[in-house]
Design a protein around this ligand. Structure first.
Ligand SMILES: Cc1cc2nc3c(=O)[nH]c(=O)nc-3n(C[C@H](O)[C@H](O)[C@H](O)COP(=O)(O)OP(=O)(O)OC[C@H]3O[C@@H](n4cnc5c(N)ncnc54)[C@H](O)[C@@H]3O)c2cc1C
Length: 392
């Protein structure tokens, strides 16, 4: 989240909402004065926005990591080149820190290329904030709405506002969603993308021709259309990695942290042993701080620091299926907040096709999670209740 706040000032490429990261060791670098920081920011802004700027080649990135030493360590070494890790690297590099980042596969090869591609403002948190009178949830919505707008402004070539239609099969739903989404508009304030509005059943099927006018036992009363953002998640991630590299970070993909280096005296973490997964060669990189941004694999990195570390990740996975383009019109999503079993189901236009899916559920951690047949059946069954075309 801090990423896009920094980029706002830089007016540069991209930022994304990401997962958590943990700092394995406390920082100990000194701070510059304000004037230096502003001129450094201006330099980075120019570097990142230069259309002719070229990201240094792989061997230069690797040499910068290998060049670190106990006497001359990096300020920060980030483990993981997903949205979180690349965001951390960019943020730190534009603060003038010496940064390294290693990713064992390719940038965005993990969760960050398999998301639903939505830039949520947090409409569901707003519902919780209201019903549980929870100010913390409300603050989260304010922050998410601000970040949503910022991300779209930072990377307009990769992100845009997306209208999402919520079908209402009784008048209570129509009033409930209309009022809730108007509140969402209100909370967005100057970060609003577009106003939400109610459409009659006739107008709705004109906008979304595959929408069923008759549900299982009810007729469509209308829909409420509201706006959230949509992003190309993997390209945003790669843009973050490239921007970080242009700002001076040494970012290396296909490079895996295989162990952490510890100070022999006090046991502090002082760097990591890294294996270049393309050449098989290993080298050490030294850093004052190691940031664990390994996403679902955070616990395996934590056990490199402490083999008795208790797991803290609760993994969950979601399934998306790709349907032909005629299931949804170009530029309009369909979101059903509560299907018959209470789960959310959505259909979103994506690169000339339709992505359909539901909320995530608990799972175990695997490198390449595979969808189960029953999850695919659930999505197909749930969306067929709202469509006038056969779903199979
Ligand atoms: C089903 C689903 C849908 C989602 N939809 C959305 C959405 O619509 N919008 C949204 O904003 N968010 C969404 N999210 C959340 C978002 O995708 C994640 O918050 C984000 O991708 C997390 O990024 P990350 O960098 O923390 O993890 P990851 O992208 O998983 O990156 C971690 C990286 O660490 C690397 N790594 C692990 N161990 C090592 C090691 N030892 N050495 C080097 N590298 C290592 C891995 O290879 C991996 O690339 C969704 C999540 C799920 C599961």
């Amino acid at each position: 989240m801090a990423t896009s706040i920094r980029l706002r000032r830089l007016g540069a490429i991209a930022a994304v909402a990401g997962g958590a990261y943990t700092i394995v060791r406390q920082p100990s670098f000194s701070s510059n004065d304000r004037g230096d920081k502003l001129s450094a920011l201006e330099t980075f802004r120019r570097k990142i926005s230069d259309p002719f700027a070229v990201v240094p080649p792989r061997n230069t990135q690797e040499a910068a990591l290998i060049g670190s030493s106990l006497a001359n360590p990096l300020d920060i070494l980030v483990v993981g080149g997903g949205a979180t890790g690349c965001g951390v690297a960019l943020d730190a590099a534009t603060r003038g820190l010496r940064v390294g980042l290693v990713e064992r596969e390719d940038f965005a090869s993990g969760t960050s290329s398999r998301s639903t591609k939505l830039i949520h403002g947090g409409v569901r948190y707003l519902e919780k904030a209201v019903f549980n009178l929870d100010y913390g949830q409300l603050k989260l919505v304010f922050h998410a709405l601000e970040e949503r707008k910022q991300l779209i402004e930072n990377a307009p070539h990769l992100c845009h506002a997306l209208p999402c239609m919520t079908p209402c099969f009784d008048w209570f739903d129509a009033i409930y969603y209309w009022a809730g989404l108007k509140m969402y508009d209100l909370v967005a304030g100057r970060h609003l993308l577009h106003l939400s509005r109610y459409y009659s059943a006739q107008e709705s099927v004109e906008l979304f021709p595959t929408l069923a006018r008759n549900g299982k036992d009810k007729t469509l009363k209308g829909t409420v259309v509201y706006y959230d953002g949509q992003m190309n998640d993997s390209r945003v991630n790669v843009a973050l990695a490239c921007s970080a590299a242009l700002a001076g970070a040494a970012v290396l993909n296909h490079a895996e942290v295989v162990s952490l280096l510890k100070d022999e005296g006090d046991g502090r973490i002082i760097g990591a042993r890294i294996r270049n997964n393309l050449s098989g060669k290993e080298f050490d990189a030294y850093a004052k701080v190691v940031v664990n941004a390994a996403g679902p694999f955070c616990d395996s990195v934590r056990t490199l620091a402490d083999k008795d570390a208790k797991p803290m990740i609760c993994p969950s996975s979601g399934v998306h299926i790709i349907l032909p383009d005629y299931y949804s019109p170009d530029g309009m999503g369909l979101i059903v907040p509560k299907t018959k079993d209470g789960r959310v189901v959505f259909m979103l236009p994506w690169l000339g096709r339709t992505v359909a899916g539901t909320t995530d559920s608990n799972t175990s951690i695997t490198m390449l999670p595979e969808p189960h047949e029953n999850e695919i059946e659930f999505i197909l069954d749930a969306i067929s209740d709202y469509l006038n075309v056969k779903v199979c």
